[in-house]
Ligand binder design. Structure first.
Ligand SMILES: Cc1cc2nc3c(=O)[nH]c(=O)nc-3n(C[C@H](O)[C@H](O)[C@H](O)COP(=O)(O)O)c2cc1C
Length: 383
């Protein structure tokens, strides 16, 4: 049954893809029905931050309607939309017509966000929007450190020890956060904290914060070097970083010469033949990027902190310009330890009292990597 539902979900998504030909499917390609049965295109919500949620009126989580309304009131003016899809698939806890559900929600929780027609979110009758959302962000597990999360995990696992292996929606009040540009950035299980969701919403509403959150290390690039003018912008953003006593203890070399990158990659290929052969996407030794920003710090040491701040400025500027980057330490070790790479370092023309510290690979991204987990438990607030 589970396998069947995965196959159906995959087929539905493939059909959606073929409907749109070569075009990449985005959330704005889907239509849904509003409370009155009228078709609504999600394209109407372009540029907004969206929280999409499947709800039920008779669920233990139903009081979350209050939290959702509070979130909506606080952030709607800044661009947040909450799209509510009642669904009766979990414990039949959303009975009645959509009109009855809507009346209940306005009477009890005074909701003001759009409530759409009832839908199915799993199985053969699932709304294609949900097929898409689940394909973008599968089930990441309940938070087992939380009592309710543990309880739900135990409950589902009893029925099916592998329940967590498929992307199906597990229960009412699962939520998806969509960025202003349509990226599905996060999925929250019903037990996830509303305060975490609010922090993410705040991040996405603010253009600087959402740019910071969207940056990922990119390792697949289009065959298209970055325009010189854009590289100049990155450098200007970089050197605007703070440095101790404004000493600016760095030297920067921007590599636009494609032949230089190709030539030094030949040395790398000779030394790493097996690894390169295994990597079908291999283009060059700098994680396949067409351009490099080489950052050098004083040879006698120091300046590393300043150089790091400089680099992050550049990577965030690149992100804001639609470029991808990857901070590289490995290739630098290779360049510095291999005498055959001398010609590359010579071309960089680094002053004697500086040494190559790290490289930022930059180019037009050809992938959208998922965010890797961050450990918030490393942080303590001393109040
Ligand atoms: C100092 C430093 C050196 C790194 N060196 C490499 C590298 O040699 N190769 C690589 O693929 N990624 C490298 N990375 C990228 C990290 O793997 C990446 O930042 C980390 O996995 C977090 O992923 P994210 O950048 O997508 O958030 C480096 C990052 C830093 C900060």
């Amino acid at each position: 049954m589970k396998v069947k539902s995965i196959i159906i979900a995959t087929l539905a998504l493939l059909m959606a893809v073929s409907c749109f030909g070569q075009k990449t499917v985005s959330i704005y390609d889907f239509t849904v029905k509003d409370e009155a049965g009228k078709t609504v295109s999600l394209a109407d919500y372009q540029g907004k931050v969206l929280l999409i949620v499947n709800t039920a009126t008779r669920c233990g989580f139903t009081p979350q309607y209050s939290d959702l309304e509070a979130l909506y009131e606080k952030y709607h003016a800044e661009g947040l939309e909450i799209l509510d899809f009642p669904c009766n698939q979990f414990g039949e806890q959303a009975p009645g017509t959509i009109q009855e559900i809507h009346q209940f929600c306005t009477a009890n929780f005074d909701i003001h966000f759009p409530q759409f027609d009832k839908i199915e979110v799993n199985g053969p009758g699932e709304q294609p929007l949900y097929t898409y959302l689940k394909a973008q962000k599968g089930f990441g597990g309940f938070d087992l450190n939380e009592r309710l999360g543990k309880l739900l995990d135990d409950m589902f696992r009893k029925d099916d020890p592998n329940y967590d292996q498929n992307p199906d929606i597990k229960w009412n009040f699962t939520k998806f956060l969509i960025a202003r540009d349509g990226r599905v950035i996060k999925r929250y299980e019903p037990t996830d904290k509303m305060s975490d969701i609010e922090a993410d919403v705040q991040m996405e509403l603010n253009p600087v914060l959402s740019n910071i959150m969207a940056r990922r290390s990119v390792r697949k690039y289009l065959d298209k070097p970055v325009e010189h003018e854009k590289l100049e912008l990155l450098v200007r953003a970089g050197i605007n970083a703070p440095s101790g006593m404004n000493r600016q203890p760095w030297v920067i070399r921007v590599v636009e010469d494609q032949k230089l990158i190709a030539d030094v990659t030949e040395i790398y290929k000779q030394e790493n033949a097996e690894q390169v052969k295994r990597d079908q996407d291999f283009k060059n030794m700098f994680r396949n990027a067409p351009n490099l920003i080489c950052i050098c710090t004083p040879a006698k040491g120091g300046g590393e902190l300043d150089a790091g701040l400089l680099g992050e400025n550049m990577m965030l500027a690149a992100q804001a310009l639609g470029l991808g980057t990857c901070c590289l330490g490995g290739p630098v070790r290779f360049l510095l330890s291999n005498e055959k790479c001398r010609f590359f370092l010579d071309r960089l023309d680094i002053p004697e009292d500086y040494r190559l510290n790290y490289i930022i690979a930059v180019g037009y991204p050809n992938e959208q990597p998922d965010a890797k987990p961050r450990d918030i438990s490393k942080v303590k607030y001393i109040k």
